[in-house]
Design a protein around this ligand. Structure first.
Ligand code: URP
Ligand code: ZN
Length: 467
């Protein structure tokens, strides 16, 4: 298949120019201001008036995640379909072995579940316990499966979280094996103490979730995690930074010369803690960790995006049905499943509320949603860029199209959305994944299972994780 895309505004790698893109089978074979040859094309697309971005890379999603509170809403089929409809062509999910379970065995099971994905996908390996065999298993994951990133939790100590000694051991292994450590930075002991105290005081309903995980708990964990990364001599990736305190800890480490990468999510940029004050059910729908914050934190996060202190925008997509959310809303906030959905809306939300409102440039937008995560996680230049030789993952973007978010119309397979009613300006018009138009005329045109598993590595010019 040969496809020529004509006269779009191409935005990639910090440049923006009007030009043409030639696709042959799965790859981009030419990008230029004008590509002369239109003969022998299977299709020619006039993209005048549209912007063209590299397909989005969402570096942090949880599809069909098994938690102690149930399995998260979207599976690899519905979640990847929603991703494509929103302009995200690559997702990075997680393997989460139970304590004592072999990472390689857990990886095999997770890959089997992910096989139905419509879009390309990679996996980070979570470390939930540390034993003598961990190093050799992680080494195998890296060598044979292209897993270059680890996920660790300083929260959730009872189930998957690590203590300081374990976290340090993981950082040391990461240095030896050249792996990037990602950390969910909330101090678990503080959270457990505050949860217990609130429950004892009779503050049991969903509205108290936020009080059990105040911003100081994030600031403390980010600072301590970075201190330990400094001791170990490794870069650190902080997932879902949600607060001014988290940003300040990242900034302090950067100033001291440390390599730190910060991620945030649309929910922390756009929603605030007032969602916890509108009744138990509304509050429960917004239970996520870290929780939504006071509005002042949003300004700190936007500023950090502008300054490059936060370098990626992920969704932490992890929705549950309203029934699951509501079950313990009135009686025990600690038993409400954590997380919300957003895989479909990441690009449109940042475009509408970041680019259109003048908070960030279009080049920064593309970097945050695609190029930077591709570089950091060993996918660049295969993904995250529009250039000859790259996978033809492209989003032809309608910069004027207006939509109102509604659970009734979404691709995400959940019965609500925390973004209900938000007005979007800008959305995907046509999405290509490896040369195939997978989303066009508001319909998905690809079958489950087309997504490829992505073995990853850091190559030449692909050192996003180093700073
Ligand atoms: O509340 C959240 N973030 N749920 C998803 C699981 C996690 O913590 O990453
Ligand atoms: Zn997460």
């Amino acid at each position: 298949m040969k496809i020529l895309i004509r006269s779009g505004q191409i935005v990639s790698d910090g440049r923006s120019f009007q030009g043409d893109i030639l696709i042959e089978n799965e790859k981009i074979v030419a990008v230029d201001k004008k590509i002369a040859k239109a003969d022998g094309m299977d299709r020619v697309i006039d993209a005048a008036g549209f912007e063209i971005f590299p397909g989005g890379v969402d570096p942090h999603v949880h599809l069909e995640l098994e938690t102690s509170r149930g399995i998260s809403g979207d599976d690899f089929e519905s979640g990847s379909r929603a991703a494509l409809a929103g302009g995200t062509t690559t997702i990075l999910d997680f393997v989460t072995p139970g304590r004592g379970e072999s990472p390689l065995a857990a990886l095999a099971a997770r890959k089997a579940a992910a096989r139905k994905s419509l879009c390309d996908y990679g996996l980070h390996m979570s470390v939930t316990s540390v034993d003598g065999g961990l190093g050799s298993e992680l080494d195998s994951c890296r060598r044979h499966e292209g897993i270059v990133s680890l996920k660790t939790y300083l929260a959730y100590k009872e189930t998957i979280g690590l203590d300081d000694a374990e976290f340090l051991a993981v950082l040391d292994l990461a240095r030896k094996l050249n792996l990037l450590v990602m950390v969910h930075a909330e101090s678990g002991d503080m959270v457990s103490y505050l949860q217990k105290k609130l429950l004892e005081q009779g503050k049991i309903s969903a509205r108290y979730h936020g009080l059990s995980r105040p911003p100081e708990v994030e600031g403390d964990a980010v600072g301590r995690a970075l201190l330990m990364a400094r001791l170990a001599g490794v870069p650190l990736y902080i997932v879902h930074v949600s607060s001014r305190q988290g940003v300040e800890a990242v900034a302090a480490a950067r100033q001291a010369g440390q390599t730190v990468i910060g991620e945030t999510c649309p929910q922390y940029l756009l929603l605030d803690e007032s969602r916890y004050q509108g009744g138990d059910e509304l509050a429960a729908a917004h239970v996520m960790s870290p929780p939504l914050r006071a509005r002042e934190h949003q300004a700190a996060l936007w500023e950090a995006l502008g300054q490059g202190l936060l370098q990626t925008l992920a969704t932490d997509h992890c929705p549950f049905t309203l029934a699951e959310k509501k079950k313990f809303a009135a009686v025990d906030f600690t038993r409400i499943p954590n997380g919300c959905g957003g895989i479909e809306y990441r690009l449109s939300l940042l475009y509408s509320f970041g680019v259109k409102s003048g908070k960030i440039s279009l080049a920064k937008f593309v970097d945050l949603v695609s190029t930077r995560p591709a570089k950091i996680f060993g996918l660049y230049p295969r993904k995250g860029t529009i250039r000859t030789g790259s996978d033809a993952d492209l989003v032809i973007w309608d910069p004027q199209n207006k939509k109102v978010i509604s659970a009734a119309r979404q691709w995400q397979s959940v019965d609500h959305t925390v973004y209900e009613g938000l007005q979007l300006v800008g959305s995907p018009h046509l999405v290509f994944s490896r040369g195939v138009p997978v989303f066009e005329n508001e319909t998905i045109q690809v079958e489950p299972g087309r997504g490829n598993y992505l073995a990853r590595d850091w190559g030449r010019g692909n050192d996003g994780h180093r700073g």
